[in-house]
Every structure is written in structure tokens, then in C-alpha cells.
Design a protein around this ligand. Structure first.
Ligand SMILES: Nc1ncnc2c1ncn2[C@@H]1O[C@H](COP(=O)(O)OP(=O)(O)OP(=O)(O)O)[C@@H](O)[C@H]1O
Length: 830
């Protein structure tokens, strides 16, 4: 039905076009001469060619309609494919019409003939209609065959199958290729438009500033519009009229206009710069707040380089481009309109000649803008990759140096920059091609203008001053249009950067901290109930499988097990960095999601494996996130508890010592103690220590542990550790292996069970003995699966930490057994 309406409309309009052109042609008394005109054709005087053009339009649309009617499925994609040609054809037809009009005006002195302007207007409108109708026909959807499914026939299923088969066979269930293309283009165009509009909406708070800037802009533009006109008047005053008063008057007006526009353009520039700066700050703040609220999974999957690139270069491109281009667009639009009005007033014929070139310029700008946007996005992407490489290397310079990898890292960076260079090279060539085409078009217009303008002056239809004014206007119009083209490209650049920024800004965090619960009293009972979990960055690997355990208030629980088993993951889940895929984590029998974000993190404190310090003083690091309600005494007390006070006091600046970026100016053990103080200062009810003391020497560790255990009565402590001294003190040990709770119980219970825990301990002892004696140990069954009776319990117990039996070796990763055996703690239970 819709298809028929479109075809009928096309046929009707094309017929109307033919009929109207024929009537106007006959009305112009051309009919009498019809036969003779064909033989004695004169371009400037005969309109038979315009009539033939209407026949051609009719033929094109009629042919297309018939093709769509007969076989829409084949015809429609062809129509879509050739719509560019039709547009070019319409442009050519219009150009031909303009040239014809100019030639006719040369021949016919009196142009006040309604039929002539009617024919001119009708042909112009029909040129536009040709393209629109072509697009209309291109949007026709092929019809499906009429297969009825009639339940009464008793063969519904059969008919349905037939329908489905037919649809599959003829690809009717899938959208047509053209559908995809036009849908994609429309979607992109809409997205582009809405991105720019959304970007503009961020300037709303500066509405008043923008209005004042716009008034200043309007005043500047209007003033500048009149300058070429008065230049022409000065020349006419000097050369044609030779009138002293006339040319001094013109010069005075020009000087006043120039002074006024100088002032207003200064005001305009200042205001737009202010709007630009405010917009930039506004966008950065919005983006930063969105990034800061993202879930930890997002940071696992996104490179820091990409985020900083969005936050720095993309936001700058966005705000600078939009403010600058808004300014340029408004200024040049006002100027272009003003120039065109005055140009028409000076000489309509010359103006029409100028206008013929505008569609050409627009097409070139459109093609170039599209390509340039693609390239600028590629440049930004390749730059982000290079930034990632640089950032990764610079943030781990010690590792790079320890592997003597500087040259290779530099080469890698250069490699990435080379990719950027290649894209920039393409950009440069594209720009070059555009400049050549543009200049060529400008030159052509100039030559035609001078030739035709000279002709008008020589035939007394234009004064020399007006010709000069016109040429100046034409140059100014060229500049204004060029700036408008640049606006388009600039806006596309801003839209490209904005799309990426908005994408990040609009990202909804997978975990939202919407909990509001803030009970006055928390006991600190932690419970894992059938918790299963996969990391968002690796959704196909199940890291925890049905993990269930409970930590009662006041209990110290040690999480042990082979590396990669999932111990730190448990800690991360209690911290609500991620949400379990299934099951729940409860604090005092209430899911942790229900607690207020700030409240939860005050009650549950964590010290990580590699604690991060900020480039601030030690005091500020300890008081992190507590600045408003934290006295120096509290900071000191926390430092004493964490066994950090002594070393801090020995530093020249004490608590005001700057720790450097990520705490690089202090040792690993000192860093850990400051991090422990940072956790203890908030007096948490649950303390999570994820290998938090691994970098401490044995004595420091002992003292920190004393502080923790001595001061955290009735507090729950979950400790991930490899050192036996740490593990052994726990009330309960939970062995996590391959994401499941393999065993749990006290140290001795687990040894007695002779399971994984005992095996891990036994394996360690075995390797220790071999290291010491180079002889097989005295074990009845050295096999790791051997009975627990084969492991002498005594030595293990003797390994339990005691400050007295420690060697003086305070290396962070070694312990000494009573027999002087040294073994790696890092691999102790692995
Ligand atoms: N952010 C992450 N994204 C994806 N996978 C991760 C992430 N963090 C850890 N994993 C994976 O999850 C599994 C468990 O890691 P987890 O850090 O919990 O182990 P662990 O028992 O604490 O090990 P270790 O004793 O070596 O610290 C490992 O296979 C690890 O590769």
C-alpha cells in the first residue's frame, strides 16, 4: 500500500512537472516557433532545451517507478546506489539553468515576464523534486508474497513453514543491504547531530555570557559586512565621480565602522574564551566523577592510558572545538548572509554565477569532513596506544631497568608513534587534496567573475566601484564559506572526541553503591554463603565456586592455599569491589550491598598486597579519607600501633616527610606499615590483611602482629598469608584451592587431617631439608601424599614465630628454622 502511494506520488509529480513546463513553454510563445526553433536553435533565446530537460526528468522518474513496481527487490538497491549520480545530475541541470538565465538576460533587456520566471522557478523546484522522489522510491520495501495461514484449512503449520521458507529463501527476514546502509547512515547522522547538540547543551549555564558574546559578534559581523561596500564608494568617489566630499565621507564612515568592530570583536573573543574554559572544566568534572564512580571491573578492563587520554586530550578537543567553531559558525553565517544580500543588490547576475559554485564546494567539504573525522579518530586511538606504552613503562621504571629493557621499551613506543605518524600522513595528504581542489575552484570563480563583471561594466550595467565592491565581497564570501567548511570539520572532530567522552560519561557502573544502612553497632561477623564469582575481565573463568565460610566477631581467620586459588578474590569481594555471580556475602547477616558505601569502608578496612601511597606527606597518607575528623594524636597512635612511629620519627621531616609518587621514596616494609596505620586509624570492626606484612622483616612483623592482635579484640581479622608464623596464630585456617574451600580448621587439626594443608607444609619441609643437608630427610614416606605421621610435628611447631629464635637476617622473604635452615617464605605454602 505504502509502496503504491510512493510510486503514484512520483508519477503524479513527474507528470505535473512535464505539464507545467509545457504550459509555461507554450505561454512564452515558443510553441509557434517550435519546429523552426529546433533547426534554428539559439542558446540565449530558445527554451526548447529546458522543455527537453523536463521530458528527461519525467522519463527518469517514470522508468524508476516502473522498475520498482515490477521488481522492487532488485530495483531498490540500484536506486539507492545511484542516488549520488542523480544528485550530481540535478546539480548540473540547475547549473545549466543558471547559465541559460544569464545568457537570456543578455539577449532580453526586459526580464519582467511571468512565464519566464515561472519556468525558471518550476525547473529549479523540479530539479530538487527529482532527487527527493528518487530517494522516496529508494525507500520502497519489497512486498512479501501473499500466503495466507488459515486455521480452518487445517494446514496452518504447513502454510507457516511455507511462509518461513519463502522468507528465508528470499532473505526477506533479513533487512535489505540498502536498509542496513541507509539505517546505518541515518543513525550515524542522528548520532552526530545529537552529540553536537548535547555538547552544546553543556554551555547552557553560560547562557548570559553567550548572549552578550553573540550580540558583540553580531555587531562585529554587521560592521565588517559594510566595509567592502564603502571601499567601492571610495573608489567611485575618486575614479568615477571625482568628488572630494563623497570619498572623504565614505572614508570617515569606514574608519568609524572599523573602530567599532575592533572593540566588539575584542569583547566577543574574550567572552568566547571564557565560555571555552568553563566548558572544559565542566566536562572534565562530569567525566571524572563518572570515572570515579565506575566499578573496579571497569578499571580491570580499561587501560589507564585510554582513560587519561579521554580526560585530557579528548575533553580539550571537545571544548575548544565547540566554542571556537560556534564562534566561527555564527560569525561567518551572519557575514555570509549579509554579503549575499549586498552582492544581490550590486549585481544579481554576478551573484548567481557565484552561487553556482557553492554546491560544489559543499559536496567537497562533506566528503572531506567525513574522511577527516575517521582519520582524526584513528589518530587519537593510535596516540592512546602510544600513551599506554609510555605510561606502563614510566610507572614501572625500576622493573624496566632491572631487566635492562629500556631500549626495547623505547623502540616499542617509537613503533606506536610510527603508527600515529602513518595516520597523520594520510591526514596530511587528505588535507593537501582538499586544499588543491578548493583553490582550483576559487580560481575558476575569480576568472569567471572578472570576465563577466568586466563585460557588465563595459555594457554599462555595473559601475567600476560596484565591481570592486563585488569582488571584495566575493573574496570575503569565499573566506566565510571556507571557515564554515572548517567549522564542519572542526565540529566533526569535536563530535568524534565527544562521542568517546560521552560513552564513558554515560557508562552505568555495574556495581552501584545504593545501600543506605548505617547501624549504630556492628559485631563484625563475616559470612560467605555459596559464593561463586567470575571476574568481569575474564567472564569464562569461574574463580570462586560455591565458597561458604563464616568468620565470627573476634576471630582471626587465615586464608591459605596455592597461588591463584582465590584468596585475594575473597578479600576483594568483602570490600565490595565486585559482586558475586551467585551467593551472598553478609556482614552481621545482612548483605554488604545494603550498607552505606562510606560506612562499610569505615567498618571494614583492608591492607593490600602492594599498598599504594599517594604523593603526599606521611601524615596525610595515614589520615587518608579521614582528613576532616582526624587529629595528629590519632595519626601518631595509628602509627604506633602499626609499628611505624619509630622509623617515621627518625626521618628528618617526621610525619611531614613526602613519600613520593606511589610511595617510591620509602622502603616496601615502611610502606606496608604506613598502609597498616591508615587502616587502623579508622578503628575498623573487620580488618582484611592481604599479605600485608609480607615485606616486613620478622621483628617488625611480630610487633605489628602484636599490635593488631593486642588491639583488635572483638574485631574480626581475615588474613591472607604465606608465613607459618602468621598462619599459625589464627583461630581458624581456611584452605582455598581452585576457588573452593578445600579444608578448614586449626593448624594442628589440619595437619592431622593430612590433606592439602599438610601436604603443602610437608613439601616445604622436604625441600628445606634437602637444601640444608643435601641428603634425603629422615622421613618414613617422603612422598607428598604420604601419611601425616611422616612429618615430624615438632619442627613445624618450632617454626612458629618467636622473636627470640629468629636469626638477625631481616630479609623480607626469609625465615630461619631453629636448626638454622633458611627457606623462602614467598613459596612457603605453594
Ligand atoms: N582482576 C582480575 N581479573 C581477572 N582475573 C583475575 C583478577 N585478579 C585475579 N584474577 C584471577 O583469579 C584467580 C584467583 O586470583 P587471586 O588473586 O584471588 O589468587 P590468590 O589465591 O590470592 O593468589 P596469590 O596467593 O598468588 O595472591 C587467578 O587465576 C587470577 O589469575
Amino acid at each position: 500500500m505504502v509502496c503504491n502511494v510512493k510510486i503514484l506520488l512520483t508519477l503524479f509529480v513527474s507528470l505535473a512537472d512535464l505539464a507545467l513546463t509545457t504550459i509555461l513553454f507554450i505561454h512564452g510563445h515558443q510553441f509557434d516557433k517550435f519546429t523552426t526553433e529546433i533547426y534554428k536553435y539559439s542558446f540565449s533565446n530558445c527554451f526548447i532545451d529546458i522543455w527537453f530537460l523536463s521530458v528527461l526528468r519525467f522519463a527518469i522518474l517514470f522508468g524508476a517507478s516502473v522498475a520498482v513496481l515490477c521488481n522492487a527487490k532488485d530495483a531498490v538497491p540500484r536506486l539507492q546506489y545511484s542516488s549520488g549520480f542523480v544528485l550530481s545530475f540535478c546539480g548540473l541541470m540547475f547549473t545549466y539553468l543558471i547559465v541559460k538565465l544569464l545568457f537570456y538576460s543578455e539577449h532580453q533587456k526586459d526580464l519582467r515576464q511571468p512565464w519566464f520566471w515561472g519556468l525558471f522557478a518550476c525547473t529549479t523546484v523540479c530539479c530538487v523534486c527529482l532527487y527527493l522522489l528518487w530517494k522516496l522510491l529508494s525507500s520502497v520495501k519489497p512486498r512479501r508474497p501473499h500466503l495466507s495461514i488459515n486455521a480452518e484449512d487445517g494446514n496452518t503449520e504447513e502454510s507457516a513453514k511455507l511462509l518461513s521458507d519463502y522468507a528465508n529463501e528470499h532473505d526477506l527476514n533479513k533487512p535489505e543491504r540498502g536498509d542496513y546502509e541507509s539505517h546505518g547512515i541515518k543513525k550515524k547522522a542522528n548520532e552526530k547531530r545529537s552529540t553536537v547538540l548535547r555538547l552544546l547543551s553543556y554551555t547552557a549555564p553560560d547562557f548570559i555570557l553567550l548572549i552578550i558574546a553573540f550580540i558583540a559578534l553580531l555587531a562585529t559581523s554587521i560592521g565588517e559586512i559594510f566595509l567592502p561596500l564603502f571601499t567601492g564608494k571610495v573608489i567611485d568617489g575618486i575614479v568615477v565621480n571625482k568628488d572630494y566630499n563623497e570619498f572623504t565621507h565614505a572614508i570617515t564612515v569606514m574608519a568609524l565602522i572599523s573602530a567599532g568592530t575592533a572593540l566588539t570583536s575584542g569583547l566577543r573573543g574574550t567572552l568566547f574564551m571564557i565560555v571555552m574554559a568553563r566548558l572544559n572544566i565542566r566536562i572534565r568534572n562530569c567525566l571524572y566523577s563518572s570515572i570515579a564512580s565506575q566499578d573496579i571491573g571497569f578499571f580491570d578492563c580499561t587501560k589507564t592510558g585510554d582513560i587519561t587520554s579521554r580526560l585530557t586530550s579528548d575533553t580539550t578537543v571537545m571544548s575548544d572545538s565547540i566554542a571556537l567553531n560556534l564562534n566561527v559558525f555564527l560569525r561567518n553565517s551572519v557575514k555570509s548572509i549579509g554579503y549575499l544580500v549586498l552582492m544581490f543588490k550590486l549585481s544579481w547576475q554576478l551573484t548567481i554565477v557565484t552561487l553556482i559554485m557553492i554546491p560544489l564546494v559543499a559536496v567537497v567539504a562533506k566528503v572531506y569532513g567525513k574522511y577527516y573525522k575517521k582519520l582524526s579518530r584513528m589518530v587519537q586511538d593510535t596516540l592512546a596506544l602510544a600513551n599506554n606504552v609510555a605510561e606502563e613503562t614510566l610507572s614501572s621504571m625500576k622493573t624496566v631497568r632491572s631487566f635492562a629493557h629500556e631500549i626495547k621499551e623505547t623502540a616499542k613506543y617509537a613503533d606506536k608513534l610510527h603508527d600515529t605518524y602513518l595516520v597523520k600522513l594520510k591526514e596530511a595528504f587528505a588535507y593537501g587534496g582538499f586544499v588543491v581542489t578548493n583553490r582550483f575552484m576559487e580560481l575558476t570563480i575569480d576568472v569567471i567573475l572578472l570576465f563577466y563583471g568586466g563585460h557588465l561594466v563595459l555594457t554599462d550595467r555595473l559601475t567600476p566601484g560596484n565591481l570592486i565592491s563585488f569582488i571584495l565581497y566575493n573574496l570575503e564570501l569565499g573566506d566565510a564559506l571556507e571557515s564554515l567548511e572548517a567549522v564542519y570539520t572542526g565540529l566533526m572532530q569535536a563530535a568524534g572526541a565527544a562521542e568517546k567522552v560521552f560513552e564513558l560519561m554515560d557508562r552505568e557502573p555495574k556495581i552501584t553503591n545504593t545501600g543506605r544502612l548505617m547501624p549504630g553497632n556492628v559485631q563484625g561477623q563475616i559470612e560467605f554463603k555459596n559464593v561463586s564469582f567470575t571476574y568481569p575481565s575474564r567472564p569464562d573463568v569461574c574463580v570462586l565456586k560455591n565458597v561458604t565460610f563464616k568468620a565470627s566477631p573476634g576471630e582471626v581467620i587465615a586464608l591459605v592455599g596455592p597461588s591463584g586459588g582465590g584468596k585475594s578474590t575473597c578479600v576483594n569481594l568483602i570490600e565490595h569491589f565486585y559482586e558475586p555471580t551467585s551467593g551472598s556475602i553478609l556482614l552481621d547477616n545482612i548483605p554488604i550491598q545494603q550498607y552505606d558505601h562510606e560506612y562499610l569502608h569505615n567498618k571494614v578496612a583492608m591492607v593490600g598486597q602492594e599498598p599504594i601511597l599517594y604523593a603526599r606527606s606521611i601524615r596525610e597518607n595515614i589520615a587518608y579519607a579521614m582528613e576532616n575528623h582526624c587529629t595528629f594524636d590519632k595519626v601518631k597512635h595509628a602509627a604506633v600501633l602499626a609499628n611505624a612511629h619509630k622509623f617515621i620519627s627518625e626521618l628528618k621531616d617526621g610525619y611531614d616527610t613526602e613519600v613520593g609518587e606511589k610511595g617510591t621514596q620509602i622502603s616496601g616494609g615502611q610502606k606496608q606499615r604506613i598502609a597498616i596505620a591508615r587502616a587502623l586509624i579508622r578503628d575498623p570492626i573487620v580488618l582484611l590483611l592481604d599479605e600485608a606484612t609480607s615485606a616486613l622483616d620478622s621483628e617488625s612483623e611480630y610487633m605489628v602482629q602484636q599490635a593488631i592482635y593486642g588491639n583488635l579484640q572483638n574485631r574480626t581479622v581475615l588474613i591472607v598469608a604465606h608465613r607459618l608464623s602468621t598462619i599459625e596464630k589464627a583461630n581458624r585456617i581456611i584452605v582455598i584451592d581452585k576457588g573452593t574451600v578445600a579444608e578448614q580448621g586449626s593448624h594442628l587439626d589440619l595437619l592431622a587431617q593430612n590433606g592439602l594443608y599438610a601436604q603443602l607444609v610437608q613439601r616445604q619441609l622436604l625441600s628445606t631439608n634437602i637444601t640444608q643437608d643435601d641428603e634425603p630427610p629422615e622421613l618414613t614416606n617422603p612422598n607428598i601424599n604420604g601419611p601425616i605421621t611422616s612429618v615430624p610435628l615438632n619442627p613445624i611447631n618450632q617454626l612458629a614465630f618467636s622473636p627470640d629464635n629468629n636469626s638477625d637476617d631481616d630479609s623480607e622473604s626469609f625465615l630461619s628454622s631453629p636448626g638454622g635452615i633458611t627457606f623462602s617464605v614467598g613459596s612457603y605454602l605453594m
